[in-house]
Ligand binder design. Structure first.
Ligand code: SF4
Ligand code: ZN
Length: 315
């Protein structure tokens, strides 16, 4: 794998590699479910997640595939609130809610400010509400929304990686200073933050990928992030498939995910979660996959390190 190609990974290049978007309904979320998660206080509770159908994020990160379920134009006012109302009518009651909108909750083009009040009413009965945002949208909208809602607001921010050259090439248009400023701003408002960190972004070999994920976890906790979620990078958005074809990218192994989660938990600095979405994709061995998946699940829930899985695939 040669290090960095000459290609400029800008919006134009990334968009040119894409396939078609999925059909969406602006009045319906494209997903909603309940899963168990460990809270900051250490209890394990049910968390509802709503995947909101929203307009496309103005950033076009190299590894992002969230555009697939978005619209080209802003969704009409009140439609996000209608989606939340719809999902909550289908979901069982939980104390915690995550609202993921495939972009930034505080981007006015994504969630109109006029919708905040209705959304606040709908989420009134939760204890916590987590939303996601790019650091450039961390502004007075956060304060405005957090003042309107009864539950405690938590904000997830994509740190991605602290590898300087890789971060630059992700087309995220964010520096570590931007990230740090946002965490500081949120901390001053007593809003807890979660960092999304990538495992093995493009241009890194497996071992380097692990090292840089660990460095990114260190950095996140050092600047005051309360919890981190590690996302193994996958192809499937066009751009990543092209990079894979040109040997600038390979999916990380499930064992590497176990490795970085063990490391993060060992720091004892805050909850460290593995994103287990489509985890089968990262295993090459049918014999140990279910054991590794369960081990990661146990680490997510209990933040303890169970005995390692030994399998012939590693011999
Ligand atoms: S900021 Fe987030 S949602 Fe927007 S393109 Fe980047 S990764 Fe995707
Ligand atoms: Zn195996």
């Amino acid at each position: 794998m040669s290090k960095f190609p000459d290609t400029r990974f800008d919006d134009q290049w990334i968009i040119s590699k894409r396939g078609k978007k999925n059909k969406i309904d602006p009045l319906k979320p494209y997903g909603y479910f309940v899963e168990k998660e460990r809270t900051v206080s250490g209890s394990i509770e049910n968390v509802s997640t709503i995947l909101l159908t929203n307009s496309e994020c103005p950033f076009h990160c190299l590894m992002c595939d969230l555009w697939k379920n978005t619209s080209d134009k802003p969704v009409p006012e009140k439609s996000v609130a209608a989606q939340i109302e719809f999902a909550l009518s289908k979901l069982p009651e939980t104390k915690h809610l995550k609202l993921y909108n495939s972009g930034s909750f505080f981007d006015n083009r994504a969630i109109p400010k006029n919708d905040y009040k209705k959304i606040a009413q709908l989420v009134d009965h939760f204890e916590t509400v987590l939303v996601e945002s790019h650091p450039s949208f961390i502004n007075e909208n956060v304060l405005h929304f957090s003042n309107l809602i009864k539950p405690k607001l938590l904000v997830a921010l994509g740190l991605e990686t602290v590898h300087p050259e890789v971060l630059l090439r992700l087309n995220k248009k964010m520096t570590l200073n931007d990230f740090e400023r946002s965490v500081k701003y949120l901390t001053e408002l007593e809003i807890s933050t979660r960092a999304f960190i990538l495992l093995r972004p493009p241009f890194l070999f497996e071992k380097e990928g692990v090292i840089w994920t660990k460095k990114s976890i260190d950095y996140a906790f050092k600047i005051g992030v309360s919890s981190v979620t590690i996302i193994p990078v996958r192809s499937g958005n066009g751009a990543m498939d092209q990079l894979k074809l040109e040997k600038y990218f390979e999916e990380p192994r499930i064992e590497s995910l176990e490795n970085v989660i063990e490391y993060g938990i060992g720091l004892n600095a805050g909850n460290v979660f593995a994103d287990l979405w489509d985890i089968e994709y990262f295993s090459k061995c049918g014999k140990c996959l279910s054991k590794r998946k369960e081990r990661l699940n146990q680490m997510n829930l209990f933040q303890k390190i169970p005995t390692r899985v030994y399998c012939t695939c590693l011999i």
